[in-house]
Design a protein around this ligand. Structure first.
Ligand code: FAD
Length: 399
């Protein structure tokens, strides 16, 4: 495992660091308090070339490797994990098209993301199918000789209120079918000019081929308030055959492929947050004096800072191993993805909780970023598979 970065990776790091410093950090608390969807930042990220990392070069995408993608996501997350979650979800939704779509499907469903800053949603979770997604009941059935028809409800879908395209996992034939398919539902593209801020509104979309999609009002979340999360209901949506990705019985395998790619990216999100929590806390404890000393010089406080630093460094090592495994196409990449996700979630929750504690009463106010970071951290341990599911995957493999 080579931990040295090449020239292109160093350039990306520099670009994203400047982006975060200039475009995100100065505005973040204000945007968060105002519940403002960060379109401006997303548009600028797209112009800078740090969105849609996985789109293949064959359709003029960047086709950025897993290691570099993780570095970019980590740095973006140092700015804000709501924004990086929104950005990462485009790849979450689109990576399956790059991996298993035909050339025509890549042209149809990936090219629009190269042309303008639009968002995609990955629709897997349902009200009764969270960790156990085999219990999903959304399904496609044959409408006529050519087309399928999609019905069902998804929940907690990132980017949904602003999405121009939905990647949907669903049963085949009936709600209790044995097979899972992956279908793409493109709709009239939405840019920042079309829906600048959805507020608390429900969005209803007439699908050009037939049927409708209803997006519920955005969830009022504890943290990551700059990412949009909402339910998505498909009502008699017509799915022509060219919107079915790969083999319509292999959707479950495709989910595993997507999650093996996405879990290290969530680890990168957690690592970016943990690093930010450590940095703001270190800065604060260098300034704040009590008992005649800087807080960082008091032995117990310094031990807490040391433990925070160790968690960040270990999370970084676990992340690097996971992305190297993906890059090598190693057969055991999945368990390292799970390890990286759990290690980063632990670091994010620990550093933000202890960081808040070291800020004392000030950390409990909205004026200090650490309070936002501690709210944002919890979801890292939940989305893309809760901690226990990652442990289940690791346990199954090692035994
Ligand atoms: C902000 C946000 C964004 C999201 N974005 C998306 C998205 O874009 N697309 C999408 O499809 N989904 C998304 N999700 C959904 C997310 O992936 C699920 O919430 C997650 O997988 C957990 O499912 P659940 O909420 O139904 O919890 P449940 O599955 O009900 O689990 C609840 C708890 O039960 C315990 N538990 C569960 N399984 C086990 C087990 N096997 N062993 C022991 N204990 C267990 C754990 O403690 C777990 O936390 C998002 C969620 C949120 C909150």
């Amino acid at each position: 495992m080579d931990l040295s970065l090449n020239e292109s990776q160093l350039t990306y790091l520099d670009t994203v660091r400047k982006f975060v410093k200039n475009e995100i950090t100065p505005h973040i608390l204000e945007l968060e308090k105002g519940h403002i969807f960060p379109w401006d930042i997303i548009n600028k990220a797209w112009e800078t070339g740090i969105l849609n990392l996985s789109i293949p070069e064959s359709v003029q995408g960047y086709e950025i490797d897993a290691i570099t993608s993780a570095l970019i996501i980590k740095e973006l997350s140092y700015g804000d994990t709501g924004i990086s979650t929104s950005a990462m979800c485009n790849d979450l939704a689109n990576v399956v098209i790059g991996l298993h779509g035909t050339d025509e499907q890549k042209e149809l469903f990936l090219k629009p993301f190269v042309k303008k800053p639009i968002l995609a949603s990955f629709c897997l979770t349902e009200p009764n199918a969270g960790s156990d997604n085999s219990m999903m009941t959304s399904f496609i059935s044959k409408k006529d000789d050519d087309n399928y028809i999609l019905n069902g409800s998804k929940c907690f879908i990132t980017n949904a209120s602003y999405a121009s395209q939905f990647t949907v996992l669903c049963k085949v034939g009936k709600p209790t079918g044995n097979f899972i398919a992956c279908v793409i539902v493109p709709v009239e593209p939405v840019t920042s000019a079309d829906i600048p801020n959805i507020g608390n509104a429900v969005r209803e979309i007439k699908v050009p081929a037939g049927g409708k999609i209803i997006i519920g009002k955005p969830e009022d979340k504890l943290g990551q308030r700059l990412s949009n999360t909402a339910s998505v209901t498909f009502e008699d949506v017509i799915i022509p055959p060219n919107q079915v990705i790969g083999d319509r019985r292999l959707g479950f395998k495709y989910v595993v492929d997507v999650l093996d790619y996405a879990r290290p990216m969530v680890a990168a999100i957690g690592l970016g947050l943990a690093k930010r929590a450590f940095t703001v806390t270190l800065e604060y404890t260098r300034e704040r004096k009590q008992f005649g000393h800087r807080l960082c010089d008091l032995p117990v406080a310094r031990e807490m800072l040391t433990t925070m630093w160790k968690k960040v460094e270990l999370a970084e090592l676990a992340l690097f191993k996971a992305v190297c495994k993906i890059q090598e196409k190693a057969s055991d990449a999945g368990i390292y993805a799970s390890l990286a996700k759990n290690t980063a979630a632990e670091a994010a929750i620990f550093c933000s909780t202890e960081g808040l504690h070291l800020h004392g009463g000030y950390g409990f106010t909205a004026d200090y970023e650490i309070s936002k970071l501690s709210r944002d951290a919890h979801i890292i341990d939940i989305y893309e598979g809760v901690r226990e599911v990652q442990n289940m995957i690791i346990g199954r493999e090692i035994v």
